[in-house]
Ligand binder design. Structure first.
Ligand code: SF4
Ligand code: SF4
Length: 217
């Protein structure tokens, strides 16, 4: 029937309008900014960098591999690598970003940087109240502004953060097992080398005692 969908839509509107006088569940709008609806689990706005522990600089997961910078379609990520290294969460020395900027006036929230990052370092934030009159000061997010603790990630995306934590814990356990196996192999190799040396010493012919020097009378 012509206009059937319009009538159906109006019926929903009318049901919510009159129903809202009797049931709060029929209220489809809130008095923003005083009231806010909870964000959905998959909400994404702009990226942020995750760090572990209390120190944003020491705990930053990013190892400045620059994959996200290369893959970002509008090229709004800018990274400068460090010359020295610091231990990562597995205890391995890694380079880190001296500079990590994202221009969120260019970012299109595509999440490709998150998908390509092999280190669970960059994730999507849910923060959306970012309007500002300072185009360059406030919309160019530096490493200091981008860094957020893992507890923040766990709060805004609990399911994804739990997956990330599991991946990191598994990698950490793998690295520890590898280090333990290497240490055990070294101890075994040292012991074998010592045993070989001892066996070689035992098998060597015993040198005859020196002849008595001639005695003078
Ligand atoms: S979300 Fe997309 S556009 Fe934004 S920084 Fe990541 S890759 Fe670039
Ligand atoms: S955020 Fe991830 S992909 Fe980007 S530089 Fe850091 S470690 Fe590499």
């Amino acid at each position: 029937m012509l206009g059937e969908q319009i009538i159906k839509g109006m019926a929903v509107t009318a049901r919510n309008f009159f129903g809202s006088y009797f049931s709060k569940n029929r209220l489809t709008t809130v008095q923003y900014p005083e009231e806010r609806l909870p964000q959905k689990g998959n909400t994404r706005q702009f990226p942020f960098l995750v760090y572990d522990g209390d120190d944003a600089e020491k705990g930053l997961r990013c190892v400045a591999c620059q994959i996200c910078e290369k893959e970002c379609p509008p090229k709004c990520i800018y990274i400068v690598k460090s010359k020295d290294k610091k231990p990562d969460y597995k205890g391995q020395p890694q380079i880190y970003p001296l500079t990590f900027d994202i221009d969120i006036s260019v970012c299109m929230s595509c999440q490709i940087c998150v998908e390509v990052c092999p280190f669970e370092s960059i994730k999507m934030n849910t923060e959306f109240e970012l309007s500002t009159a300072d185009r360059f000061g406030d919309l160019l997010l530096t490493k200091e502004k981008l860094a957020k603790p893992n507890s923040y990630y766990q709060k805004i995306h609990p399911a994804d953060a739990a997956e990330s934590d599991a991946v990191i814990a598994a990698e950490k356990a793998k690295a520890e097992a590898k280090a333990k196996a290497a240490a055990e192999a070294k101890v075994k190799a040292d012991a074998e080398a010592k045993a070989k040396a001892a066996a070689a010493a035992a098998a060597a012919p015993i040198a005859p005692p020196p002849a008595n020097p001639p005695t003078t009378t």
